[in-house]
Design a binder for this molecule. Structure first.
Ligand code: FMN
Length: 260
């Protein structure tokens, strides 16, 4: 009798150990896979805002990697705008960094409702096959009506015009705020001028319709029935193109262009 109790307990313990080893080793191997998939997904979104992949184009991970070959990932110190030489873009996750108190700080109060700022940020330099700079791509985020909008803005090398704005994650209502995904609305951004003469952010999603970029360079059509989302887009661009966001980095790029 006592022998069978010992046997049963031993058996149960052995089953527990085997299961625990199985679950933890699958979690570790799946984690690597999840990180890889998340990195590929982020790269796919950068390709889309760069015009190197279509919105709905299905791409294998190999194809994403192939098209991404001319895009350089750069980790910067957000506060100074300087490149961080020891950063590893392959493992760096800006959204995770912004949540960790050890790698982030409280953001100053802002209309985009960004709560924490990562100490470091990941930006992209898109180059052509000859290595010439084509675009700067910056991550942006801010509050819409139902939650945070996450996207990328692509600026031309002179930082004087917007080439594209895309959102890859949001909770806005399809047909209303969700029209931030609409290719027709997204096309309205190309050629707009993100800064005024004093290099302050100057892009507004207005109520109603704006003119073409050459006549109305700082304004974009509002999303009808979605004033809150529209204002959210204005707010997030103002924040990330401003001094608390990528302002120091963009100023450094401007200085480098001036001094050659
Ligand atoms: C079901 C539902 C979903 C809505 N989704 C959005 C949305 O995604 N973005 C937004 O700005 N407004 C949305 N609205 C409208 C807002 O509640 C609000 O009425 C609107 O932003 C006010 O501005 P308007 O002048 O554009 O109507 C939604 C309303 C309803 C009833």
């Amino acid at each position: 009798m006592q022998g069978s109790v010992v046997y049963n307990l031993g058996f149960a313990a052995a089953v527990c150990v085997v299961c625990a080893v199985f679950v933890s080793s699958s979690a570790v191997s799946l984690r690597q896979r999840q990180d890889y998939n998340a990195a590929i997904d982020k790269q796919r979104n950068v390709l889309v805002v760069s015009g190197l992949a279509g919105d709905d184009e299905e791409l294998t991970s190999e194809e994403v990697e192939r098209r991404f070959a001319n895009i350089q990932q750069v980790i910067i110190n957000l506060e100074t705008g300087d490149e961080v030489p020891d950063g590893d873009p392959l493992t760096f996750d800006q959204r995770r960094a912004a949540k960790d108190p050890a790698t982030s700080r409280a953001a100053p109060p802002n209309a985009a409702q960004v709560i924490r700022l990562p100490n470091r940020a990941l930006v992209y330099e898109v180059r052509d096959a000859q290595g010439r700079l084509q675009l700067h791509v910056l991550p942006v985020e801010g509050l819409g009506l139902w939650g945070m909008l996450y996207g990328f803005i692509a600026l031309d090398p002179t930082i004087e015009t917007v080439q594209a704005l895309t959102f890859y994650e949001h909770k806005e209502t399809p047909g209303l705020g969700g029209e931030v995904d609409n290719p027709r609305w997204k096309a309205l951004w190309r050629g707009r001028r993100p800064f005024n003469d004093a290099f302050e952010p100057d892009l507004t999603v207005i109520r109603g319709r704006a003119g073409p970029p050459d006549e109305d360079p700082h304004r974009v059509d509002g999303l009808s029935g979605a004033t809150v989302t529209s204002r959210g887009v204005t707010n997030l661009l103002e924040f990330w193109l401003g001094n608390d966001g990528f302002g120091p980095y963009l100023n450094r790029l401007r200085q480098e262009r001036v001094t050659g």
